[in-house]
Write a protein of this length. Structure first.
Length: 156
């Protein structure tokens, strides 16, 4: 019995999982930017305003606005740190890269005329280890997956 159909399924899964991890990394990078940019802007405005008001006592409404902006900057900064979107993005990017490496190795294995079952077993162990160490893929990445019938090398 040939091991090529099994290797082909593993290749399809590795490609799909790598794609999903890259999608998750992109999503978390956007969320990090969504929290990070307003935090930087608010902190800059607050810092500049405080420096500008050192010479004169500003009106009460101006003090309230600066105080609220300072609180908003602190909350956004705390959320950004607590949610850890930057770290999550990097973990998903690394997982996608590792799955792509396994996919390339499976491509080479599929291109060889002889089946090396020892090497295939080694790749299975790597895939299993990756599945255990990789972060959970968010459900939002399950939309808009590429069609394996059209996009994967060994289906052509």
């Amino acid at each position: 019995m040939s091991s090529r159909p099994v290797a082909l399924r593993w290749y399809e899964r590795a490609s799909t999982v790598a794609y999903r991890h890259y999608q998750a990394a992109q999503r978390f990078s956007r969320l990090n930017f969504f929290f990070g940019l307003p935090t930087v802007i608010l902190a800059t405005v607050v810092g500049t305003s405080v420096f500008a008001t050192l010479q004169a006592k500003p009106e009460f409404w101006w003090q309230v606005i600066i105080g609220l902006m300072s609180i908003a900057a602190a909350i956004l900064s705390a959320l950004q740190s607590f949610l850890g979107y930057s770290d999550k993005a990097e973990k998903h990017r690394a997982a996608g890269s590792k799955y792509n490496a396994v996919g390339r190795e499976l491509e080479l294995w599929l291109a060889q005329p002889a089946e090396d079952l020892v090497r295939l077993e080694s790749m299975r162990q790597r895939i299993d280890a990756l599945a255990q160490e990789s972060p959970h893929i968010p459900a939002s990445t399950y939309r808009n997956l590429p069609d394996p019938e059209k996009n994967l090398l060994w289906r052509q």
